[in-house]
Design a protein around this ligand. Sequence first.
Ligand code: PEP
Ligand code: MG
Length: 876
Amino acid sequence: MKNKKLVYIFNEGNASMKDLLGGKGANIAEMTKLGIPVPQGFTVTTEACSDYYNCGKKLSNQVIEQINNALEELEKSSGKKFGSTLKPLLISVRSGARVSMPGMMDTILNLGLNDETVEAMCNLTKNSRFAYDCYRRFIQMFASVVMDIDDSLFEQCISNLKEAKGYKVDTELTGEDLKGLVVNYKKIYKDHIGEEFPNDPKFQLFEAISAVFRSWDNNRADVYRKMNNIPWDCGTAVNIQEMVFGNKGEESGTGVAFSRNPATGEKKIFAEYLMNAQGEDVVAGIRTPEDISTLEIRNKVVYDEFVAIVNKLEFHYKDMQDMEFTIEDGKLFFLQTRNGKRTANAALKIAVDLVEEGIITKEEAILKVDPKQLDVLLHPNFDSDELAKTKVIAKGLPASPGAASGKIAFSTEEAKRRHKLGENVILVRLETSPEDIEGMIASECILTVRGGMTSHAAVVARSMGKCCVVGCSNIIINDKERYIEINGTKYFDNDFISIDGSTGNVYGSAIKTGECKLEKDFETFMAWADEIRSLKVRANADTVKDSKVAVKYGAEGIGLCRTEHMFFAAERIAAVREMIVAKNLVQRERALEKILPMQRKDFIHIYEVMERKSVTIRLLDPPLHEFLPTEKEDIQALAEEMSITYEELDSTIKNLHEVNPMMGHRGCRLAVSYPEIAEMQTRAIIEAAIIVNKKTSYNIIPEIMIPLIGEVKELKYVKNIVVKTAEKIIAKEAVSLKYHVGTMIEIPRAAITADEIAEEAEFFSFGTNDLTQMTFGFSRDDAGTFLKDYYSNKIYEFDPFQTIDQNGVGKLIKMAVNLGKGTNPNIKLGICGEHGGDPSSIEFCHSIGLDYVSCSPYRVPTARLAAAQAQVKNPR
Ligand code: PEP
Ligand code: MG
């Protein structure tokens, strides 16, 4: 990395340089270009982050030199000097990855302060309270975020002092109090680090930059990256910016603003601020901020300028902006802007409104909504009848919509542990911090006592699509005795509470949830997505209920109907078990005769729901012993029903046991051993289609799918059974019925020999669950336990069972597509593994020319949007 430019002054960059300067850095540079008042500074690039890791977690001489030069420039332009005892330059250090990432080190303010420069600040401002307030904050931030000292030690220290002095709020602390705090804070630092608090501003700066780079690799950032498919190697940038002070006095303040309401999408500036405060006070939710409307009364000039800048930024970026601003002695500065995180409903409303306001095109609107966010819209709300009967016990701010019931958990550790045990928990905290990200993931929803709509809990929950209520100040948490108290009533860790993230209401019991209502914007937006996309979207549905949901959410057919799922119903399992343990053909056929009418009825109902849409039905796939009883009394009951002895049945069950059932007697192998099962299923599929076609004008053309093929002769063999059976019925019924026979491509050998297989198959559906399992040689059921070691060692970054491994599994799919099209140009191609609902995998499927993806019904809207986005990015 010789002679690489690793540091950019703000006026050298622009918004298109996000990969290099990070989102924050690129946007600050853009604001500078737009003439918006921004405190000046420079950005250390994401490539410098890679350089830091390549140098064994050290800043190279090259980057140090460039930082020194940029600092000199900043000194010149500001007229201040780093470490000066006359006019000291103080700076903020902030991380800034390509996309904003909770979980990483965020901000250090007031860097450059030491025992001398703090005195210079006292002289300059004639305000020792202010100077020492900045200094104690800096020591605390540096100690906790750079040196990893427990933050609560400092909080405890300030609480003790306030208690001793009888103060209620921080603003009552005097200059002398704060000076005393500095001494105590430095002592905490020395006790933990074994050295004095560093006086040298350059040392402080390089340590802070290194800490930002280090935080890129911490566990919380890792969790967030994995959840959002952000690759590790893109790194974070660091922004160094001259300090402006919102805590200089009553003419100063700081706040956070959204150009539209991030919860509802309403076209109205939504902003909160605090006078005489620094940024962390607003975000941490320690003091409850004021609505921006009061600023108009306080200082109309600043307010008008603020509104003008907010509007200018939104118009410039053509999207809702999330901004931070500071007022220093009545002068307004914008510290950062970015496209704001928003709820799913707000995202849709904003996208639709921006098109209707003529600001963006439909294609641009399509790219503005995260497909995964649509999930949230499909989640249930509280049942209105039950809700009407339940008393509200507390009310907070409706930070993120949705509704959930669960038992109270007091910490992230506890939430994770109890979630693993299968409990639905609600994380109840004073406020959350980046440490809580895993606890938030494990919880049904989040409830905090403190904080506003821009607090950590609110922002993170919204981006996760989790229901969240914040600022619920009449809750008293007693985590030692494990209860929360609301208006004198105690709720213990075993008690259910319910939270409504759309109203902010808290309820003291569990409440049933009901269906969600989709807003008009959803329909408008999804219609645009459908107009744009070329990839079709089907659903994996095995029941009438699933099929109805699939149709409701816009599925264009069923891509995978797993017939085995129909076998588990209580009234059927006995016949299925009889079929499995049958000793001979006669016994098996007798059992199959019992199953046939049930299967036929299932298919009739599914065809009726799907009307003219395609339905792909897969023949039986899983290992048979999955259906067998394991408990002694169940075995006994089945033996009695079958008029055989317990011992006889028990021995049959034992014989059916396989060491590796996932690679055992399953899929088409069952049809090879027991053709009569495939015959019965084909009969049910074909007869059902004939019945529905007689009754309706749907013209059902069944698609029969043969699973787990690895060799073309295997396919020919099973296909022959299917075709013979189908033709016999069609001839007997004297009707004309079209049907298609295809296969799943889910064994690597099938992908490699796809040219041969395509000669026998009318369609391929990529079963990427098994294809991933067999390509990696990972067991689908067990990989989770050791994959985490692969993530932590950066061998794999994402779960290959969730997102297609394009380099390996993806290559096989591409190969199969090309080979298949080579021998059968009309072959229809789809995917029905879990990846069919994953946006980045869908983009891949679009790029390699698949005809459709198939996913769970609730993910259909996500898939429709992801398919449209793929088309906008890469038209085909
Ligand atoms: C697959 O393997 O991707 C698939 C869809 O089949 P199943 O998950 O039922 O094995
Ligand atoms: Mg499979």
